[in-house]
Design a protein around this ligand. Structure first.
Ligand SMILES: [Zn+2]
Length: 274
């Protein structure tokens, strides 16, 4: 019995002696874990700060490099070599989804292609407006009504109109097909000049000079030969002429006849190559 009592007392002593130790260890472990958690949080915060700083520095380095390269780069050559772009007033006529759809339908009827885009143009066609100024032609082109001659949509148009004083207006994007010459619209830019006859424009220096300068820039930009700069009246002799509508295969207009275009082309060639 005495041994049992002693053992019980011993166990109680041992228990009493060890309990505080366990509590201390628990507190210590908790503190240690807390310290470790805080240290880990600090490490994560530092890693994030360094990553952000590194990204920021890289951005600054790339920006500085781009600025240096831009400053060191030689000036870009003009798109048409040494031929500068003339002064052009952009006065675009409405050419929205409806007109583009009409142009696609026109291109399909007349050329068997379903696009409103002028791809790889090969010809420049010169015209006169049969009006005193450019504005009346612009007004007509802007109204997308059936044209007065062939009663088709879209309304006729030209990429450029030159006024009697030599002001050049661009009306249509160079990537869009414009309806100005039966048989050639799929591959031709159209340039209209205000006036009533070839001779009147040949005698009107500011307008003629503007037409020549614009034509030279355009032909050089798109690699179009001088002999593919033609008058509307020469359309049927162009090797690019094609027309699916039989009744229109011999249709052309009187503006810019062959003899007058020979004068125009001589002056164009005299301005120099590209
Ligand atoms: Zn014409």
């Amino acid at each position: 019995m005495g041994a049992v009592v002693l053992t019980a007392v011993g166990a109680a002593v041992v228990y009493a002696a060890t309990r505080p130790d366990r509590n201390d260890r628990t507190v210590t472990v908790n503190r240690l874990q807390d310290v470790q958690r805080r240290a880990e949080a600090t490490r994560i915060a530092h890693r994030r700060w360094f990553a952000a700083r590194k990204a920021d520095l890289l951005r600054q380095i790339h920006a500085a490099k781009a600025r240096n390269e831009a400053a060191a780069a030689p000036p870009q050559p003009a798109e048409s070599g040494s031929v500068p772009e003339p002064q052009i007033v952009r006065r675009f006529i409405p050419f929205g989804a409806k007109r583009k759809a009409e142009t696609r339908a026109y291109a399909h009827r007349h050329y068997g292609i379903s696009t409103d885009k002028l791809v790889d143009p090969k010809v420049i066609v010169e015209h006169y407006t049969e009006s005193a100024d450019a504005q009346s032609a612009i007004n007509t082109f802007a109204t997308d009504q059936p044209d007065s001659e062939l009663h088709e949509l879209p309304q006729t148009c030209a990429h450029f109109v030159i006024d009697s004083d030599g002001t050049i207006y661009q009306l249509v994007s160079l990537t869009e097909i414009c309806r100005h010459t039966v048989g050639l619209n799929y591959t031709a830019f159209g340039i209209e000049m205000a006036g009533f006859s070839d001779q009147q424009i040949l005698d009107r220096k500011p307008e003629l000079d503007a037409a020549l300068t614009l034509t030279r820039w355009l032909r050089c930009r798109f690699g179009i030969d001088v002999h593919n700069v033609i008058g509307h009246n020469e359309s049927l002799r162009s090797p690019y002429h094609r027309e699916r509508v039989a009744s229109l295969r011999t249709q052309t207009h009187d503006d810019w006849k062959h003899a007058d275009m020979n004068v125009f082309r001589r002056k164009l060639a005299a301005l120099g190559g590209c």
